[in-house]
Design a protein around this ligand. Structure first.
Ligand code: B12
Ligand code: SF4
Length: 465
């Protein structure tokens, strides 16, 4: 039984400064190997494969099972791959955040799919492969976490994180990955926890609907050490909420320092889940950048999104991080119901006054499964407009037309905020100082030119996390 897990190439190529590993597929592949099941993992985006190359590879491999990950705003990429590869594979399973939110509806959107995987997929995939091996063509599988055309196996229990095998990093082209904030190369990514204890209305969170669960500090230190031994020099931690358990973060930082780790890394945190002492410890343990979901500097806007934080907490967190020499990344949201263009300007003034290193501006977007999605449907808000990626044209997502934010106003506000964010000496200097090689400088120049062209087009733009 041959299984192929595949990330298709982008429809339009991403800028040279941004390409990160498909951690979900990597975790699935690692679990399969751990169970003695053969698996191939192709990151066509990182391998630089064209669509024709990808079809050629799969035609030669003829896998029995093809697995693809789907995110709502870019589901068309996954569906297009399923259509193109259908003739060369026996079964197709789609998993990830979009199938988790949509369930059986995915069969309608993508008739090529045979199975839909919901939630964290490690157990479901292993059981599906075993069932397909043994069932000799039966139509239904009834596995928790797997929906087939006849049956729904129900929810899969979330895996014990520390029981999952360490990621089989060798399956991916480690040297091909890039992140604009990486201060060194090679870089890789990791998640040390899944889920989040908070409930901001716009957040799809990850597929973990069970609150927050973390790997033990020992396991995190071990995994980072293994990446370092593999030659990786920078790690972007993609946890939704890295600092949710303060004691765990303290142990991770101490563990890294005791091991003499030389890794540089970044993480994401909530402004109410850091403090001066913790930020100092992060910096001493190799952290270079902390990303904060600032969203808005207006308390009413934060409350409207049920963010659960205050503007003072945001100011303190940004100042404390800076005091410890950390770069700060602020995620800012345009289109919050009840806010005006002046409110957005005020938020940008706030970030600029706090000398935030990178300000990422996005529009309010309602993803299925979120409280905002329900609110938008109940209130009859239109779903319209596309958010185009600054460096990646296929990062487009439906934007809600929330009260007070007709598309033209939203577009103008985003364009103005992005100009203020990206056309800044501080931003340019920080980006340049992160470059360690001539190709990195060349990629920066290319991406900058592309970004400036996009800004000049005045398209509604947003950059991925
Ligand atoms: C890293 C990341 C990225 C990376 C890389 C994504 C990738 N290909 O792996 C980058 C930065 C490129 C990215 C981009 C975007 N992202 Co993103 N991203 C994340 C982030 C922070 C971590 C993902 C991760 O690695 N998780 C850890 C792994 C272990 O979990 P996982 O990927 O969910 O995989 C598990 C399950 O989903 C399932 N599974 C996944 N795939 C499959 C496939 C099969 C066959 C099976 C059986 C199971 C299965 O099993 C896996 C193991 O348990 C998540 C938030 C989060 N914490 O999950 C957002 C998240 C996935 N991103 C999201 C979004 C919206 C985007 C963008 C569309 C953003 C935008 N502004 O437009 C872009 C799309 C860009 C593009 N062209 O593809 C949303 C998706 C919501 C949704 N309903 O689809 C999330 C959940 C963030 C959020 N809270 O809103 N993202
Ligand atoms: S936006 Fe951040 S803090 Fe809010 S629920 Fe999502 S991950 Fe948690």
């Amino acid at each position: 039984m041959r299984t192929l897990l595949l990330r298709p190439p982008p429809i339009r190529p991403l800028g040279g400064g941004f390409r990160v590993p498909p951690l979900g597929l990597l975790s699935l592949a690692s679990s399969m190997l751990d169970q003695g099941l053969p698996v191939a993992l192709i990151d066509a985006a990182a391998e630089g494969l064209s669509w024709a190359d990808m079809v050629h590879h799969v035609r030669l491999m003829r896998p029995d099972l093809l697995g693809i990950s789907v995110m709502t705003p870019v589901c068309e990429v996954a569906y297009r791959a399923a259509r193109a590869l259908r003739p060369f594979v026996r079964h197709i399973v789609l998993g990830g955040p979009h199938p988790t939110a949509m369930g059986r509806e995915v069969f309608r959107e993508c008739p090529e799919a045979d199975f839909v995987a919901t939630g964290e997929g490690e157990h479901g995939l292993v059981h599906l492969v075993r069932a397909l091996e043994g069932r000799g063509g039966a139509e239904t599988v009834r596995i928790p976490g797997i929906i087939d055309r006849q049956d729904d196996g129900g929810a899969a229990p979330p895996p014990d994180l520390d029981a999952l095998p360490l990621p089989a990093v060798h399956l991916l082209p480690v040297g091909a990955y890039r992140h604009p904030l990486a201060t060194r190369l090679p870089m890789f990514t990791m998640v040390t926890s899944r889920g989040c204890p908070c409930r901001c209305t716009f957040c799809a969170q990850s597929v973990s609907r069970t609150g927050w669960r973390g790997h033990s500090a020992e396991r995190v230190v071990q995994e980072m050490g293994r990446l370092e031994a593999f030659g990786v020099r920078y790690v972007a931690l993609y946890d939704d909420n890295f600092t949710a358990d303060r004691d765990r973060v303290v142990s991770i930082c101490r563990g890294l320092m005791e091991n003499g780790s030389r890794l540089a890394w970044k993480c994401e945190a909530r402004v109410d889940m850091v403090d001066d002492e913790l930020l100092g410890l992060l910096a001493r343990a190799g952290c270079k950048t902390v990303g904060f979901g600032i969203e808005t500097a207006n308390q009413a806007g934060l409350d409207r999104l049920r963010k659960g934080t205050t503007v003072d907490q945001a100011r303190n967190a940004l100042r404390q991080a800076r005091r410890h020499g950390l770069e700060t990344l602020a995620y800012v949201m345009v289109g919050i119901p009840g806010e005006s263009l002046d409110d957005v300007r005020y938020t940008m003034d706030f970030c600029l006054a706090e000398k935030v290193s990178v300000i990422q501006v996005a529009t309010l977007s309602a993803l299925p499964g979120t409280a905002l999605w329900e609110e938008a449907r109940e209130e009859g808000w239109a779903f319209a407009g596309h958010v185009r990626g600054l460096l990646d044209d296929e990062v487009s997502r439906t934007t809600v037309v929330s009260p007070g934010w007709p598309p033209a106003r939203l577009e103008a506000a985003v364009a103005e905020a992005q100009r203020r964010s990206y056309l800044r000496a501080r931003f340019a200097w920080a980006a340049l100082s992160r470059c360690r090689s001539v190709p990195q400088v060349a990629a920066l120049v290319r991406d900058t030119a592309r970004g400036i062209r996009a800004l000049a087009d005045r398209r509604v733009v947003s950059r991925p996390r």
